[in-house]
Design a binder for this molecule. Structure first.
Ligand code: AGP
Length: 367
């Protein structure tokens, strides 16, 4: 069927704005909001009986998987191996037929991810495919399809598929935690309620577009940008950098904030904006000291945080984007939005072809 941009300038902009709705659809596929429970899934394996979960994917889907690792390990105490698919398929890791493997892909056709899927199938593993395209090869070749209900994503830069992948992974982590006895009935209810609030918070964040557009106007003047975050904000830092480089062609790197001292700090000067993704979480204070190190070297900080974080960050920032205070489990879903918007507006100011950036294909079907 026909997909058009509606009244938006680009598909990417439209897809960013669709997120509250598609996140809601996706979550409703996995969670019973009324009953406060995660829905039973027809899985070919039992979360309680596997020792490990292997996840592989490429690009943005890989970064969703990396956030999934934090969730499965934290909430379900289920160890996760996560690899970019192009490494996974060749690095000869030991695989057990008793374990499960998840493959994450918007298109369901990415060559390396598909090859990894087939490699795990050969090893006798149970296969789950988190795909957005239901009629894709990965969907056909898996034991269970765990769909993202993002609808067609046209912009080469993945936005709504990413937050829907996160929605599925968070829901599955809750399900796994219940199965493995690490999440009580009470906690499950709380998680389901918190997840159900994600679309509402996402809507609030979209309203920050004027501030984010203004920041992007400045950002477009720089040649390099560094993104920092800890915990689930580390993969988000890498996603922010990936998004910025692919559509604005500005060089960007995403680092774990704790790694700053181990190399990237050498780059910091007044020509280096540093985007710090730091809600007021369990390790916020650690990130504040990283910001102080950046500030002391003249680096320009753009802080993405919540109201508590903004009040407690004892450092001078160039800009602070204040998001609503959100529960920990939905934080990566909500914090994905400002980094997408920042990349989008920066690319618009750079005058690039936002939906079809040079050298890139929407679906990479060759190795
Ligand atoms: C994301 O913005 C990229 N264009 C790219 O990294 C993409 O996520 C990757 O190629 C994976 O594609 P898939 O989800 O269709 O497998």
């Amino acid at each position: 069927f026909m997909v058009d941009k509606g009244n938006r300038r680009h598909f990417m902009e439209k897809e960013i704005h669709e997120q509250p709705e598609v996140i809601s659809h996706t979550l409703a596929n996995y969670l019973d909001f009324v009953g406060g429970v995660s829905k039973p899934l027809d899985l070919p394996f039992d979360f309680a009986k596997i020792d490990r979960l292997a996840i592989s994917a490429c690009g943005t889907a890989y970064l969703a998987g990396l956030i999934g690792k934090y969730w499965f390990e934290r909430y379900a105490r289920l160890p996760v191996d996560i690899d970019v698919a192009s490494e996974f398929r060749y690095r000869e890791m030991p695989l057990s037929a008793n374990d499960a493997a998840f493959f994450i892909s918007q298109s369901g056709e990415t060559a390396d991810t598909l090859a990894s899927l087939r490699y795990c199938r050969k090893a006798g593993m149970k296969i789950g495919a988190l795909v957005n395209v239901r009629e894709s090869t990965m969907a056909r070749e898996s034991d269970v399809v765990l769909p993202t209900l993002a609808g067609p994503e046209i912009g080469v830069a993945s936005t709504k598929a990413f937050t829907c992948q996160l929605s599925v992974l968070a829901s599955l982590a809750v399900r796994a935690g219940v199965a493995r006895g690490t999440i009580s009935r009470e906690q499950e209810k709380t998680f389901v309620r918190e997840l159900s609030e994600a679309p509402r918070y996402a809507n609030q964040v979209l309203k920050l577009d004027h501030q984010i557009e203004k920041i992007a106007r400045d950002l477009a003047h720089y040649k390099n940008v560094l993104y920092l975050g800890r915990d689930t904000n580390f993969p988000l830092a890498m996603e922010g950098a990936l998004k910025l480089k692919e559509i604005s062609y500005i060089h960007a790197e995403g680092y774990a904030a704790g790694e700053l001292k181990h190399g990237p700090i050498a780059l910091i000067d007044e020509n280096m904006p540093v985007i710090v993704i730091a809600p007021h979480d369990r390790i916020f204070e650690k990130t504040v000291s990283n910001m102080q190190e950046v500030a002391a070297r003249g680096g320009k900080i753009i802080l993405i945080t919540d109201s508590k974080g903004a009040a407690l960050a004892s450092v001078k920032t160039m800009e602070t984007i204040v998001l609503p205070d959100v529960p920990e489990i939905i934080s990566p879903i909500i914090y994905a939005l400002p980094i997408q918007m920042l990349a989008y507006f920066t690319a618009v100011f750079m005058g690039t072809d936002v939906d079809q950036p040079r050298n890139l294909a929407k679906s990479v079907t060759v190795e």
